[in-house]
Ligand binder design. Structure first.
Ligand code: GLN
Length: 535
């Protein structure tokens, strides 16, 4: 079992996650069984309760774990499903150690960071490595070297290298800033951050240096001299037009060869499976504008899986997507903000803020026959809008937003009612969705059963289903028991669909979300028909 450990220096947000994912991609396309693990040194147990404004999207895995959005990147680049074990947090580690201490398992000894916490960290890492019969585990340490919170993890990883002699290689990601008109590359920050790493006993084996332009020979030489990393193991990760090009950038510099030597690995020849995909992604022949209606639109990372699902749609169709980020409250102030859109996505969400703007957006899409996709809360507001404006139930609402409403078209099902602990009653993870024949959903999926990921508490209220369907909305996907409504569409058009599940979480470059793909295709048709009318 071999390990690649990725640390970061100088600054956060320089693309460590993309580099980790890209390494996963090139190594798994070289015939190795690879998986990825993210270490998040924060104290939260998991990402479930974290505010998307602070931390970006909460990603959901098949097993229902709510994890850091980097796991989404790993899944997309690896084309492999991960589990909650692939995300270690300080919260998980300490909870386990304290629980064991309470059970007396440490036999009266003083419980300490070294060895008890570090042993628990190593145990969790090895568990992931052994579980899937892997050749290689790529471990990304969140944050930057020097952060107080990451210290126990780095210490554990240092020990891992000692214990697993010859099986561990350290990759350090740094920034090489370019300053002045001449864009002169500065290597000092890299030198300092490697020094910080060495102080805690870790000598990096490979450096991945982020910069705008490719690293100059001089920069490479200087960095090598001051860090003891051989020149050929200093990889230049210069600015790419698209993150999906990063695997190719690092592969071309001999990264696989260096890792093979460091870890004494055998691989088959690297096969780039994304050639066609990247070609279409980078050279779209036509464009559509899709509006993303949400309440965290200032932070695009809050909707990163949707952004990626649209990339996947482009890479499979050659239709470029311009995303227009629209704050749901601003829709209420000025509905005209939607008038130049070729398609509308109403996003997931919790809480009342922004909901009326989302409802207004669905109404606009329905009345003007603009292609529409609703996801999770977007599905629920489509039901509310339909009840209010088509069925004339003017006070229709979700009990999430109005406890007193006389018409709770969206409600909590009885078995979900017991709110025990935050996040405790959420319906999470991959669940079966059964698709009805002769529907748009069946046209898009071509399968009777699909498994899609969920993260919600509320459902379409079963008492209203018959009336809603009589009025022209079809529930074309349902859960196994037929109790929970999973997909809705309108009986008179093919460009209006919404899902209770998060189609974005399972979207992959070579297997895009069918719903996002459909929105993009419908948007192009709509754009053309509009252009036709105007000419
Ligand atoms: N707030 C809604 C619910 O809990 C929708 C959740 C979501 O959009 N992820 O059911």
């Amino acid at each position: 079992m071999k390990y690649i450990i990725i640390t970061g220096g100088v600054l956060s947000g320089i693309g460590k996650g993309t580099i980790a994912s890209s390494l996963c991609h090139i190594l798994s396309n070289s015939g190795l069984r690879v998986s990825a693990l993210k270490i998040d040194p924060y104290l939260n147990y998991d990402a479930g309760t974290m505010n998307p404004y602070q931390h970006g999207e909460v990603f959901v895995l098949d097993d229902g774990s709510e994890v850091d959005l980097d796991l989404g990147n790993y899944e997309r680049y690896l084309d492999r499903n991960l589990t909650g074990d692939n995300n270690i947090t300080t919260g998980k580690v300490y909870k386990e150690v304290i629980e064991r201490e309470r059970k007396g398992e440490y036999l009266g000894s003083t419980v300490q960071i070294i060895p008890h916490i570090t042993n628990e960290i190593k145990r969790r890492i090895r568990k992931v490595a052994l579980k899937d019969d892997l050749d290689l585990l790529v471990i990304e340490v969140g944050g930057t070297v020097g952060d107080i919170e990451s210290m126990p993890f780095l210490e554990a990883l240092r020990q891992l290298k000692r214990e697993e002699r010859g099986q561990v290689t350290f990759v350090h990601v740094t920034l090489v800033p370019e300053i002045g008109k001449e864009m002169e590359q500065k290597t000092k920050p890299t030198q300092h951050s490697v020094k910080a790493l060495k102080e805690i006993g870790i000598q990096p084996d490979i450096l991945m240096c982020r910069s705008i332009k490719p690293l100059t020979t001089d920069s490479r030489r200087r960095i090598s001299l001051f860090t003891d990393v051989p020149e050929d193991a200093i990889i230049s990760v210069y600015e790419a037009e698209n993150a999906y090009q990063v695997p190719e950038i690092i592969e071309k510099q001999g990264t696989i060869e260096i890792i093979k030597q460091n870890l004494n690995l055998e691989t088959s020849k690297y096969m780039d499976t994304w050639i066609e995909y990247k070609e279409k992604l980078m050279n779209p022949q036509e464009f559509v504008t899709i509006g993303i209606i949400g309440k965290y639109t200032e932070l695009h990372d809050a909707y990163i899986s949707h952004k990626e699902a649209f990339n996947h749609a482009t890479g499979n169709t050659g239709i470029g997507v311009n995303l227009k980020w629209i704050d749901s409250d601003s829709v209420r102030e000025n509905i005209q903000i939607l008038s130049d859109l070729d398609g509308i996505l109403v996003t997931p969400g919790f809480g009342y803020r922004g909901v009326e703007g989302k409802i207004a957006s669905v109404k606009y899409a329905r009345e003007n026959r603009v292609p529409f996709l609703g996801i999770c809360l977007g599905f629920q507001v489509a039901v509310i809008e339909f009840a209010r404006n088509v069925m004339g139930i003017s006070d229709a609402n979700s009990t999430e937003f109005s406890k007193e409403t006389k018409n709770p078209v969206i409600d909590i099902l009885p078995e979900q009612v017991n709110v025990s602990e935050m996040g405790g009653t959420m319906r999470l993870g991959a669940k079966e969705v059964d698709i009805l024949d002769n529907t748009l959903a069946m046209e898009l999926y071509g399968e009777k059963k699909i498994f899609e990921r969920h993260r919600h508490r509320y459902e379409v209220n079963p008492e209203y289903i018959e009336r809603i369907e009589k009025a022209g909305m079809i529930f074309s996907g349902r859960d196994e028991q037929g109790i929970r409504m999973e997909i809705l569409e309108l009986n008179d058009r093919k460009n209006f669909i919404a899902s209770q599940y998060h189609a974005e979480f399972k979207s992959r470059p070579l297997n895009p979300s069918r719903l996002h793909l459909n929105l993009v295709k419908c948007a192009l048709e709509y754009r053309k028909s509009r252009a036709g009318k105007n000419s």
